[in-house]
Design a protein around this ligand. Structure first.
Ligand SMILES: [Zn+2]
Length: 136
């Protein structure tokens, strides 16, 4: 994740929402069936929360909280899911997922079944990112 241009601070990627204190928020590319599905990527390469010093860890959680609040204001979902996995990409990043009553299985994690493919255009991504940024 450190090398991907989309995750760099100040990038002009159409999916980028904002740079926060210690991380960058970007819309997930293939998971917009859950509209607003956001990745929040730490700006340095660390793999585990316990490897962060306390101040940085607290700031990373604050950043996640800020995005969650913005998603809540933007979409008024039923619930926000906060997920920190890192099994595939070993770089600390939150998955922040607005969940809705209309989800196929609103009480279960989103990964139990394949996520239906919804392709947004670049302009749709930019508008969505703008709408979330406006609520930060
Ligand atoms: Zn990395």
């Amino acid at each position: 994740m450190c090398e991907l241009p989309a995750f760099q601070r100040g990038s002009d990627d159409h999916r980028r929402i904002a740079d926060l204190e210690v991380s960058t928020a970007i819309l997930a590319s293939r998971e917009q069936f859950y509209l607003g599905y956001t990745l929040l990527v730490l700006n340095q390469h660390v793999e585990e929360l316990f490897d962060l010093d306390q101040a940085l860890r607290q700031q990373f959680v604050e950043d996640a909280n800020r995005i969650a609040e913005a998603l809540n204001k933007t979409f008024s979902p039923l619930k926000i899911n906060y997920c920190l996995l890192g099994n595939t990409l070993r770089h600390l990043h939150w998955h922040l997922i607005p969940r809705r009553q209309t989800d196929p299985t609103p009480k279960r994690p989103v990964w139990e079944d394949p996520i239906p493919h919804v392709q947004l255009s670049e302009n749709e991504f930019r508008q969505l990112a703008h709408d979330i940024r406006a609520n930060l």
